[in-house]
Ligand binder design. Structure first.
Ligand SMILES: *Cc1c(COP(=O)(O)O)cnc(C)c1O
Length: 361
């Protein structure tokens, strides 16, 4: 069977080094906020080209921490794409802010920059861009809008570690960025993990304190914080895998290119990219009117696929107040999208097999 993502194979490439590092952590007996956390934060900040990286417990917390640190709360609005993964929106509502949904561009699946300005009110505090499926958002217009209306740009970079827009990587395209290191992400740990990146010294200090009970100095609490930390084992694992991230992303690009050049089936619409470097292909999402049929057919041919995502946020029961709203582009995406297997450990034979089977559909 061709797995959607063979995580065991992904991580076994690092087995020896990870074994050594976990053993050293056990020997030393220091589990939180230690040398591995510090090392990884430094290395990931350098990788993204920013001054600060603050490790935290997961990607949702990373976004939550940014919004808290800015002090946004009830009455404040944050603009966010309507077709994002629910976590982007949860981070906004968790702080009592109002998520304002904007339709995506049908070609990039990212927020449609032309539809943002009409949603800006005097309550708008920030635009949350989501680099969905691994493609960096085209930021030019969004930078202009943020400047014009004095808004913060928060990036949700959970799917796009390493993607580049105009010479800068995600994590360095807005005022602050949240990353997830969930095992299946392009850079993943072996449990939950996340981080915030920013060039803003004040924000960085505040995020670090809020993630640590609101405390800069032990037992002195400046903010009503919470507890969200990246533990030493996860940090050591991430620091082992980080040097391989660019190679892994390159392999994903090659697979994507092969798919895009060789899948020739009029029933299937292939994803596009405006620039090869902008996309790290966390997800290779095709569109097909007979999506469920196609998925079943691939399953019968031993090819695992996933749907990112089957239900749009505004149709979720958790957001009943939005259930009657209409976002046609978002709905079309959710009804037709299917994610093909893509990962750095897929063999050429597997990639070729996927193409062959799809072309026979
Ligand atoms: C994975 C993901 C998150 C949440 O990250 P967790 O570490 O799972 O909390 C947020 N936004 C997007 C777009 C994601 O894909």
């Amino acid at each position: 069977m061709i797995k959607f993502l063979d995580l065991e194979k992904v991580n076994n490439r690092f087995r020896k080094e990870i074994d050594n590092r976990i053993k050293s952590i056990l020997d030393e007996g220091w589990y939180l906020l230690g040398k591995w956390d510090a090392a990884f934060e430094q290395h990931f900040a350098n990788y993204c080209g920013v001054k600060h990286c603050i490790g935290c417990a997961n990607g949702l917390d990373a976004l939550n921490l940014i919004i808290r640190a800015y002090g946004f709360g009830p009455g404040d609005e944050i603009i966010v794409p309507a077709n994002t993964y629910i976590a982007s929106i949860l981070a906004i509502s968790e702080n009592g802010c109002t998520p304002v949904l904007v339709e995506p561009d049908i070609n990039t699946y990212n927020i449609n920059p032309d539809l943002i300005e009409e949603k800006i009110t005097e309550r708008t505090k920030a635009i949350m861009v989501v680099h969905l499926y691994g493609q960096a958002v085209q930021m030019e217009k969004i930078w202009e809008l943020a400047k014009k209306h004095n808004l913060k740009i928060i990036e949700d970079s959970a799917q796009a570690h390493g993607a580049i827009y105009k010479d800068n990587r995600t994590g360095h395209l807005g005022d602050a960025s949240g990353f997830s290191f969930y095992p299946g992400k392009n850079l993943g740990c072996m449990g939950d993990g996340g981080c915030v990146t920013t060039n803003d010294d004040e924000l960085a200090a505040k995020v670090r304190a809020i993630a640590n009970y609101g405390s800069h100095i032990k037992y002195h609490n400046l903010y009503k914080g919470f507890n969200s930390r990246l533990d030493e084992i996860q940090a050591a694992i991430l620091d082992t895998k980080l040097p391989m991230l660019d190679d892994d992303n390159e392999r994903r690009r090659n697979i994507s290119k092969y798919y895009r050049e060789n899948i020739k089936n009029i029933k299937i619409i292939l994803p596009k990219t405006y620039d090869e470097n902008s996309h790290v292909w966390h997800v290779f999402a095709v569109k097909c009117k007979e999506r469920d049929n196609l998925q079943e057919y691939l399953k019968q041919n031993d090819i695992q696929t996933l749907i990112h995502y089957p239900i749009p946020p505004h149709k979720q029961l958790a957001y009943k107040e939005w259930n009657d709203l209409s976002f046609p582009v978002t709905e079309e995406i959710h009804n037709t999208i299917l994610s093909l297997p893509i990962s750095p450990v897929m063999t050429d034979e597997e990639v070729e097999r996927v193409v062959e089977v799809i072309n026979e559909y």
